[in-house]
Design a binder for this molecule. Structure first.
Ligand SMILES: O=c1ccn([C@@H]2O[C@H](COP(=O)(O)OP(=O)(O)O[C@H]3O[C@H](CO)[C@@H](O)[C@H](O)[C@H]3O)[C@@H](O)[C@H]2O)c(=O)[nH]1
Ligand SMILES: [Mn+2]
Length: 759
């Protein structure tokens, strides 16, 4: 991409803004010194302990927590954000200079991911402020569902009205399901013409919505003469590739439906596999130098998002600085105060910290990639078309002639002219070839090129390999937020997501993209590798947290200690860590405008998630390592709310924040922690009741106030589980889960008792 540098007096397209965090740094260092004193105290007083076990375990866990804290300090040390100026871009560049972008949307399951949500994603992207003939939208359907194709065809028809409407009236929110939630009373100020148009659009969208809903309810009838003939007698996990060009006019971006070939004998690699098919099919059909990928549960919320991205692309002095442009994830309709702790608000400062090192990681959605970067090139590769050897292309990209040719253009940077390109529909055969399930054998796809295989967190794996090659990345956070999505709407779906993240991230250590290897052998910055270690070790943290959560109960039951006693001076160390740390997190939340309640939910769910979902993520990686299981990508449930307001859904509203449970074993460790700590507390209180009144203070001190306090805190963290023990239906924890947890808790208490007996 060439930069127009004729007028050096132009204002910059993007600016880096340094966030001031001196106070935060100071507090972080205070906490670190307290953590280190605690470790020192443990080592010095180790030999004085009657019970070595809790002391040793506490030392181990606290060493881990201290290590994590050092990582966090390193991540947050400098913080920057990038500000972009699309209006300056439009003044500087002509429309023809803007690069083409291929847009990828993925969907995998028409039940878990209702079509109407996916179609809103599609509509919001078709309607962005960008020359339409430079865009092509590819929808990958891993569910191989005729309903999805039908919905896409209908949606494209609607888009022919919707896109001009949005552009004419400069509509701000271009996903109709969000746009039409505004009340029609807001229209009174607007012109008569607009009101008429608005009503017409609302009507048309209503029809689209109805058609899609009705189609989803009808079973699919096979008609060999229709568009849908390809779907006759196929199974979603065993079928040939289906590719349909739905629109290729110039007033709308091209719209292409892809359901890649699947066969149970060949692994399909879940989302990463789908992304690679998208990359290849689009390489054959449109071969844009940039690609944007958006999950089906997100939508473009800022119509200028492409222009913001271009500010980064053109605004960086060299390509190396913008290997990819990631927009942060924000959520719409998030539950108030984030009861399940899944809206990611707590990562704000960490993300700005990463942005100040080598760059933000790739989050799997809302990211603009350069095609050449995805094709495996490094920043300093200078390739001329003539020098690319055909055998090399063959080995890397596979047999398809069309793909090799287009890849050569991308790698040599000679792709700027797109005029004399063939139309997508004339390339369907070539596209079907590269969407085959055995196409990748013997090529670099999934290993060095495209989205990488080997982890359910394909985003982390792919992103870190890009940074490893020496690219930097940019996080761009315009106002209003570029993309909005839905966080998992229920507690069980949150568990599924968190488990996949914990396991997928941990898997990264066991691939050849291990961050430490990448720093030593390649170009990943050391501090960026530390960021990666912090994220990818969530699974390990679960073991430490769980172990630490059993310590107070163990100590109360056995009458031992893992914290300094109340009358010791050292008691001040854990106490100040607790107070300062929580105050610090609260202060951070406050600066982000997070409520007290939400702060508490984040704290509480931090512990709950670590001890439930992350633990199972950890275990599943261990099972995979010993060869007992394969990693899978479990799709999370998405929910479509009809926001008409005054219907009976209001009644449900109060309950949506309530925890629901399914039979998943993931909450068992949480219930065990709860039961064990409750037992310990009851135990402690009973013991108090037995002693003489005059001795009571001595006894209280002997019990260990620290341990009691920890137990109470844990009880509060797991309070929702406590309520779940007594509730019915989906709000109650299933009795089988309670039984299993009860047995485990009894076993633990029994072991404590045994070890308490003097030998
Ligand atoms: O076999 C599959 C499985 C999933 N998907 C798509 O992948 C996307 C993400 O799936 P989702 O169930 O929404 O997972 P999340 O946990 O919400 O996804 C987050 O975490 C993933 C990695 O675990 C990233 O890939 C995502 O981009 C990121 O948003 C969706 O569009 C799915 O349709 C496929 O195309 N094929
Ligand atoms: Mn999602």
């Amino acid at each position: 991409m060439s930069i127009n540098t004729q007028h050096s007096t132009y204002l910059p397209l993007q600016e880096k803004i340094v966030l001031n965090n001196k106070t935060a740094r100071a507090i972080e260092l205070v906490i670190l010194s307290l953590l280190v004193s605690m470790l020192a105290y443990r080592v010095i007083f180790f030999k004085d302990q009657n019970h070595y076990l809790p002391w040793l375990l506490a030392l181990l866990c606290e060493s881990w927590f201290t290590f994590i804290w050092i990582l966090i300090i390193s991540i947050k040390w400098n913080q920057i954000s990038t500000k972009t100026y699309p209006d300056r871009l439009l003044k500087r560049l002509h429309e023809f200079e803007l690069p083409a972008v291929d847009i990828f949307v993925t969907t995998a399951d028409p039940i878990l991911e209702p079509s109407i949500i996916t179609m809103n994603t599609v509509l919001s992207l078709l309607a962005v402020d960008y020359p339409t003939h430079k865009l092509a939208l590819y929808l990958s359907d891993d569910g191989c569902s005729p309903h999805t194709l039908y919905s896409l065809i209908e949606t494209t028809k609607f888009a022919k009205l919707w896109v001009p409407f949005c552009k004419r009236y400069n509509v701000q929110v271009r996903a109709p399901f969000r746009y039409f939630t505004f009340k029609s009373t807001m229209l009174e100020k607007e012109s008569f013409e607009f009101q008429q148009e608005w009503k017409k659009m609302k009507n048309e969208y209503g029809n689209l919505y109805k058609n899609i809903e009705l189609a989803a309810q009808r079973p699919f009838k096979c008609d060999p003469n229709s568009d849908f003939a390809d779907f006759c007698d196929v199974h979603r996990s065993d079928h040939p590739a289906i590719i349909k060009v739905i629109s290729e006019s110039t007033d709308l971006p091209s719209v292409i439906y892809i359901s890649r070939e699947k066969n149970p004998k060949h692994p399909h690699h879940y989302k990463a596999g789908a992304m690679n098919v998208l990359a290849r099919v689009s390489g054959v059909m449109t071969n844009a130098p940039l690609m944007l990928n958006v999950d089906c549960d997100m939508y473009a919320n800022n119509p200028q998002v492409f222009l913001h991205a271009m500010c980064v692309v053109f605004g960086c002095k060299n390509d190396q600085d913008s290997g990819f442009v990631q927009f942060p994830q924000a959520f719409y309709d998030g539950l108030k105060d984030d009861p399940f702790g899944n809206q990611l608000a707590q990562y704000y400062y960490l993300m700005h910290g990463m942005a100040a090192i080598q760059g933000i990681f790739y989050f799997g959605s809302n990211c603009f990639h350069r095609r050449k970067v995805i094709y495996g090139s490094s920043p300093n590769d200078k390739i001329k078309t003539e020098t690319i050897r055909n055998e090399d292309l063959h080995r890397v990209f596979g047999k398809s002639f069309e793909l090799r040719e287009s890849a050569a253009k991308i790698l040599s940077g000679s792709n700027s002219k797109i005029e004399n390109q063939k139309s997508p529909s004339s390339l369907i055969e070539a596209a079907i070839h590269v969407a085959g399930c055995s196409y990748e054998y013997g090529t670099h796809w999934g290993k060095k090129v495209g989205w990488l295989y080997g982890s359910a967190a394909e985003d982390m794996l792919t992103g870190i390999s890009i940074l490893g090659r020496g690219w930097k990345s940019i996080m761009c956070s315009p106002e209003p937020p570029a993309f909005l999505g839905c966080a998992p709407p229920t507690y069980p779906s949150t568990l599924t997501q968190q488990k996949r993240w914990a396991s997928g991230l941990l898997e990264v250590f066991f691939t050849d993209q291990n961050p430490l290897l990448l720093t030593i052998k390649e170009n990943l910055w050391f501090r960026q590798a530390l960021v990666c270690v912090w994220i990818c070790s969530w699974g390990v943290r679960s073991v430490m947290e769980l172990c630490y959560a059993f310590l107070p109960a163990y100590c109360i039951i056995t009458g031992s200690h893992f914290l300094p006693k109340f009358n010791e001076l050292a008691f001040l160390i854990p106490m100040s860590i607790f107070i300062i740390y929580n105050g610090y997190v609260f202060w951070e939340c406050k600066r982000l405008g997070i409520s007290l309640r939400m702060w508490w939910n984040l704290q509480r769910m931090g512990r709950v998630t670590a001890m439930t979902a992350w633990l199972f993520g950890f275990l599943s990686v261990m099972l995979k390592l010993i060869g007992l299981s394969e990693s899978v990508f479990e799709v999370t449930q998405k929910e479509h709310k009809t926001n008409d307001g005054d219907d009976d859904s209001n009644n449900d509203d109060k309950n949506v924040t309530m925890f629901t449970y399914d039979k998943s074993p993931m909450i068992i460790p949480g219930v065990v922690v709860l039961l064990v700590n409750t037992t310990a507390l009851i135990n402690g209180v009973l013991r108090l009741l037995k002693v003489d009144y005059n001795e009571i203070w001595k006894e209280v001190l002997g019990l260990g106030l620290g341990e009691m306090f920890c137990s109470v805190c844990l009880l509060l963290c797991f309070w929702e589980f406590f309520k779940g023990l007594f509730r019915n239906g989906k709000y109650g924890i299933p009795s089988s889960t309670i039984w299993k947890s009860g047995v485990l808790a009894l076993f633990f208490v029994h072991v404590c008792r045994r070890s308490a007996k003097p030998l």
